[in-house]
Design a binder for this molecule. Structure first.
Ligand SMILES: NC(=O)c1ccc[n+]([C@@H]2O[C@H](COP(=O)([O-])OP(=O)(O)OC[C@H]3O[C@@H](n4cnc5c(N)ncnc54)[C@H](OP(=O)(O)O)[C@@H]3O)[C@@H](O)[C@H]2O)c1
Length: 313
C-alpha cells in the first residue's frame, strides 16, 4: 500500500503523449467567473496540479487568470501544472479544430495544452451558437463530419507541438474502439462519468489494455440523489479509517487506477478533496463488492447535450 501522502501526488505516465497526469484533478465547471478564479486559486494553494477546462464552460479566461497569478507570484511553475481543455461539439469540422484550440490557449494564457479532449463524440451544427436548436427545440446535429476526421485534426495539433496529448470524453466502448483502431496517435486519456455507483469496470479494463488513462468526472456523484457520499458502505469505511466519505471515494478512484476530477467552490471541501490517503485493501474490496447501486447522473454520453450545464434562457 502506498504511504498516505504519496496517493495525493500520484502521477500517471501518459503512454500516448508526453508527460504524466496527476491523478488528483480539479474540474472548473463553475458558472460564475469570479467564483472560478477563487476556486482555482484555492485549489492551487492546497496542492491540486491538474485542472480540467472546456471552451463550453465559458470561463477559461478566469482559470487562466488564476494560474497566471500563481505563476507570477512564483508559488507554482507552469511545468508543474497539467492543464486539459476540450473541443466543443460545434467545432468538430476539421478546419474548425485548430482555431478552437488556439482560442482556448489564448483564453487560458498558455503556450501549450497538456491534454486536449473531444468533449463529446457528437458533432453539432458548426457555428458560434454552442447550443444550436431547431424550432421544436431539438439539437441540430452535424452529419458533415465523422469522429475519426475530428480525431485526425487533433493528431495534427500534437504534430504542431502545442498539444502534448489528446483524448476523448463522454464516449462509450464501441465508439472508443473505432477511434483507437483508426488512430495514428492513440488517445492518451478518456474522461467519463465514474464513481462507485458507475464504476465502468469494462471501460477501465479496455483503457488499461490500451495504455489509456481513465479520468473520472463527477467522482463524488455531483452531489445528486441518491448521494454516493451517503452510501452506508462508504460512510462505514469513512468512520473506520477516520476520513470523510468524499476522501474515501476519491482514494478509491486513485487506487483502482483512474485519475479523478472533483469540483467545489467551498474552500474546506477543496482542501478535503486533496488530502486523501490510501485505503486498506479490505476497504477497496468492500466498495467493489458492497456498493451495488448503479446510477448515471449525466446523460451527456447518450446525446452530447451536457447534463450539468443549464441551457441559456
Ligand atoms: N466531460 C464532461 O462531459 C464532464 C461533465 C461533467 C463534469 N466534468 C468535469 O468534471 C469536473 C467534476 O465534476 P463534478 O462537478 O460533477 O464533480 P463532483 O465533485 O462529483 O461534484 C461537485 C459537487 O460536489 C460537492 N462537493 C465537492 N466536494 C465535496 C465534499 N468534500 N463533500 C461534500 N460535497 C462536496 C460540490 O459542492 P460545492 O461546489 O457546493 O462546494 C458540488 O456540488 C467538472 O468540474 C468538469 O471539469 C466533465
Amino acid at each position: 500500500m502506498p504511504s498516505p501522502d504519496a496517493l495525493r501526488t500520484t502521477r500517471i505516465p501518459l503512454e500516448h503523449g508526453s508527460g504524466a497526469m496527476p491523478a488528483v484533478g480539479f474540474g472548473t465547471l463553475i458558472p460564475d467567473p469570479v467564483a472560478t478564479r477563487q476556486a482555482v486559486k484555492t485549489a492551487l494553494d492546497v496542492g491540486f496540479r491538474n485542472f480540467d477546462c472546456a471552451e463550453r464552460y465559458r470561463n477559461e479566461e478566469a482559470v487562466g487568470e488564476a494560474m497566471q497569478d500563481a505563476f507570477k507570484a512564483g508559488t507554482v511553475r507552469r511545468e508543474e501544472v497539467f492543464v486539459g481543455t476540450k473541443l466543443w461539439n460545434t467545432n468538430h469540422r476539421p478546419e474548425r479544430v485548430k482555431p478552437a484550440f488556439d482560442a482556448s490557449r489564448r483564453r487560458l494564457q498558455l503556450d501549450y495544452i497538456d491534454c486536449y479532449l473531444i468533449h463529446t463524440p457528437y458533432a453539432f451544427q458548426p457555428g458560434d451558437d454552442q447550443d444550436p436548436r431547431d424550432e421544436q427545440g431539438r439539437v441540430i446535429y452535424d452529419s458533415g463530419t465523422t469522429l475519426v476526421e475530428t480525431w485526425q485534426a487533433l493528431e495534427s495539433l500534437v504534430d504542431g507541438g502545442q498539444c502534448r496529448s489528446i483524448g476523448l470524453s463522454d464516449i462509450g466502448l464501441e465508439k472508443l474502439r473505432e477511434v483507437v483502431a483508426a488512430a495514428r496517435i492513440k488517445p492518451a486519456v478518456v474522461q467519463v462519468e465514474s464513481h462507485p455507483y458507475l464504476p465502468e469496470w469494462d471501460l477501465l479494463e479496455f483503457c488499461r489494455e490500451h495504455g489509456i488513462v481513465l479520468q473520472a468526472f463527477a467522482a463524488l456523484g455531483h452531489a445528486l440523489e441518491p448521494k454516493v457520499l451517503d452510501d452506508p458502505a462508504i460512510t462505514a469505511i469513512a468512520r473506520r479509517v477516520n476520513k470523510t466519505p468524499a476522501q474515501v471515494v476519491l482514494a478509491w478512484a486513485v487506487q483502482r487506477g483512474t485519475a479523478f476530477l472533483t469540483t467545489s467552490t467551498t474552500p474546506r471541501y477543496i482542501q478535503e478533496n486533496f488530502e486523501i490517503s490510501a485505503l486498506p485493501d479490505d476497504a477497496m474490496q468492500e466498495i467493489r463488492d458492497g456498493v451495488t447501486k448503479r446510477v448515471r447522473f449525466n446523460p451527456v454520453v447518450e446525446t452530447g447535450v451536457p447534463g450539468f450545464i443549464p441551457r441559456a434562457p
